[in-house]
Design a protein around this ligand. Structure first.
Ligand code: NAP
Ligand code: 12T
Length: 340
């Protein structure tokens, strides 16, 4: 991206839950914007989104949308990203893509600025934002990996419905109402009732029996950490929480790591906030961390079933660090490494 004092920024999917958060984060962090172009489908084109206290007209996404755009933030699903990201690059924009479309492509950097900021410079037009569950896990684990080398990760997620989007948030609210009014619960977004339930099923099933979401945690973590030798196994679960993903993480390490040392490392780690004081009942909760920027870590304890193991509980706002904030942090890095 050419170094400039201000940038023209397109937000593809500006009316969605992630797109809305992107506009909010751009404003909060005072990203140097020349112009914001909110793009969406014909369902919302002609309507308005708000930015810096003003209404902006939402335009229809077309192949001609990207003329004069420096930076395009995509959050309208994989199909849109696959089709339109190359068009945006062709028009001269750098794309930061929040979908899973490009993440595992060899010449597409997959970046979490606290972990692998150096990969940004290798881009050829598209930079991918990792999956929400991957982002919060690597922010918490990279500082430990650097000290004692992680050889194996076992992770189970407790993912909120906002990860799926606006319709899923509406579905959870509606089903709660239906349950309390003894009405019939009709699932539409999810295959089963999500209110007062847990669904061990996020994204599609693969022939192996794992879901795509589970395999994103495996492959994206290895790519971001730059270490394919880390063995990883995941179970991803949708829970009836509106915002904030939680993860129960077990790690096995080469060197021994005492709980006190792990706490010391994480208390200094960029983007991490330690909430770990069992004697006072302190541990991170999704309802407390929603709306904030850090990755919160608590419940750090020894895995006594193996020589060098630890358990952790990691929570973050999936719309902020898990999506919009991480994307805008990448954009901020791009403005620093000029012509990258
Ligand atoms: P959402 O609330 O359902 O919003 C979807 C957005 O995409 C809306 O702005 C929608 O515009 C737009 N859109 C849909 N189809 C379109 C089309 N044909 N042309 C132009 N715009 C279109 O979903 P969300 O939660 O914001 O998520 C959007 C995408 O971001 C997801 O599909 C996923 O790929 C990605 N995501 C990534 C993470 C992550 O892990 N980093 C987390 C969440 C989401 P209309 O208003 O016109 O419908
Ligand atoms: N299916 O960015 O449903 O790959 O929570 C993120 C969230 C895919 C992604 C979800 C998903 C992604 C979800």
């Amino acid at each position: 991206m050419k170094k400039k004092s201000t940038y023209s920024v397109a937000v593809v999917g500006a009316t969605g839950v992630v797109g809305t958060e992107m506009l909010r984060v751009l404003e909060e962090r005072k990203f140097p914007v020349e112009r914001i172009l909110p793009l969406a489908s014909s369902r919302s084109a002609g309507g308005e989104v708000s930015f810096a206290g003003k209404g902006l007209l939402v335009k229809l996404l077309t192949k001609e949308s990207f003329e004069g755009i420096d930076l395009a933030l995509f959050s309208a699903g994989s199909e849109i990203s696959r089709e339109y990201a190359p068009i945006a690059v062709q028009a001269g924009a750098v794309v930061i893509d929040n979908s899973s479309a490009w993440r595992m492509e060899k010449d597409v950097p997959l970046v979490v600025p606290e972990v692998n900021p150096g990969d940004i410079a290798k881009h050829r037009g598209i930079i991918a934002n990792p999956n929400c569950s991957t982002i919060q896990m690597v922010v918490a684990l990279k500082p430990l990996h650097d000290q004692v080398r992680i050889t194996r990760i076992v992770v189970s997620t407790y993912q909120s419905v906002s990860g799926t989007g606006k319709e899923a948030m509406d579905e959870l609210e509606e089903q709660c109402r239906q349950v309390f009014s003894f009405g019939e619960v009709k699932p539409t977004v999810y295959p089963y009732q999500i209110a007062f339930n847990c669904l061990p099923h996020i994204d599609e099933f693969l022939p192996s029996g794992y879901t795509k979401e589970e395999m994103k945690l495996v492959h994206e973590t290895q790519k971001i950490m730059g270490d394919d030798s880390i063995r990883i196994t995941a179970t991803t679960v949708r829970v009836p929480v509106f915002v904030g993903h939680s993860e129960s993480i077990n790690i096995e390490t080469v060197k021994e790591l005492a709980v006190t040392e792990a706490r010391a490392i994480l208390s200094m780690a960029p983007g991490v906030q330690l909430y770990d004081d069992p004697s006072h009942g302190l541990y991170p909760l999704p309802i407390d961390v929603a709306g904030t920027d850090a990755v919160y870590v608590g419940r750090i304890r020894k895995d006594e079933s193996i020589p060098h193991g630890l358990n952790l509980w990691v929570v973050a706002d999936n719309l902020r660090k898990g999506a919009a904030l991480n994307a805008i942090q990448i954009a901020e890095e791009l403005t620093k490494v000029s012509d990258a």
